[in-house]
Ligand binder design. Structure first.
Ligand SMILES: Nc1ncnc2c1ncn2[C@@H]1O[C@H](COP(=O)(O)OP(=O)(O)OP(=O)(O)O)[C@@H](O)[C@H]1O
Length: 218
């Protein structure tokens, strides 16, 4: 997917009045390109990721996904773009508690109309979840839940994968391995990848890097 963001601004409304979080942020991500988004805590990385994922709307600016301006779409239109084209990995996983590991992967793929049992089985295997497919999220460790979240995001073969600290809950060695696997899977499916990370090591494994500082790209 080609992601083109131009002049994005966003403020949150607090009791002290509007707090600017992003100011005039522009970026482009070509189809299949990989980009790391770094920046200190509170610099606006998650906010920017949420805007690009169509989960929230900017106060000003434009977001084009494969040429379609998404800021003008209503909630249903943006939800359809997310469902069909975007894979999301959140810091807090957001797995569905009432579904098993296999159920979480299948649910997302079915929503997008692209359920492929062979691909789901391959993801489960490569993410080291083969013995855990019948477990529920609460029966998994944080690292295992994180791997389920990665599998779920990739199950529908999204055109873009947007990930917020996708290996933040793993020890350094496992984080490196899981990150390599994300890169492999993204390359195989030719998805674009944007990763928010605090890790220099992980950021250096991606083709490009952008740094946010107090809501502006440095
Ligand atoms: N819903 C909200 N309402 C008010 N302020 C918010 C809201 N969400 C985020 N903020 C504020 O916006 C700023 C940017 O937050 P954001 O989560 O985008 O930063 P971040 O760079 O992802 O941080 P971290 O690395 O700690 O996850 C912070 O000061 C945060 O307190």
């Amino acid at each position: 997917m080609r992601i083109e963001a131009a002049g994005l601004s966003k403020s949150y409304h607090t009791t002290d009045g509007p707090q600017p979080v992003l100011e005039d942020v522009s970026l482009t991500l070509a189809p299949g390109e990989t980009l790391a988004l770094t920046g200190e805590s509170g610099s606006g990385k998650s906010t920017l990721l949420h805007l690009l994922a169509t989960l929230d709307l900017p106060d000003a600016g434009s977001i084009r996904l494969d040429g379609t301006e998404v800021t003008g779409l209503g909630d249903a239109g943006r939800a359809a773009v997310r469902r069909d084209r975007i894979g999301l990995i959140f810091q807090q996983f957001n797995l569905i508690p009432s579904l098993t590991v296999a159920g979480n992967l299948d649910f997302q793929a079915r929503l997008a109309g692209r359920h492929d049992p062979e691909w789901s089985a391959e993801l489960v295997h490569r993410l080291g979840l083969a013995d855990l497919t019948d477990r529920y999220p609460e029966q998994l460790s944080g690292g295992q839940q994180q791997r389920v979240a990665i599998g779920r995001a990739l199950a529908p073969r999204p055109s873009a994968l947007l990930a917020d600290e996708p290996t933040g809950n793993l020890d350094e060695r496992t984080a490196g391995q899981v990150f390599e696997l994300i890169l492999e899977l993204v390359a195989e499916t030719r998805a674009s990848l944007l990763v928010v990370t605090h890790s220099e090591r992980l950021a250096s494994g991606l083709a490009r890097r952008l740094h946010l500082s107090r809501g502006r790209l440095a």
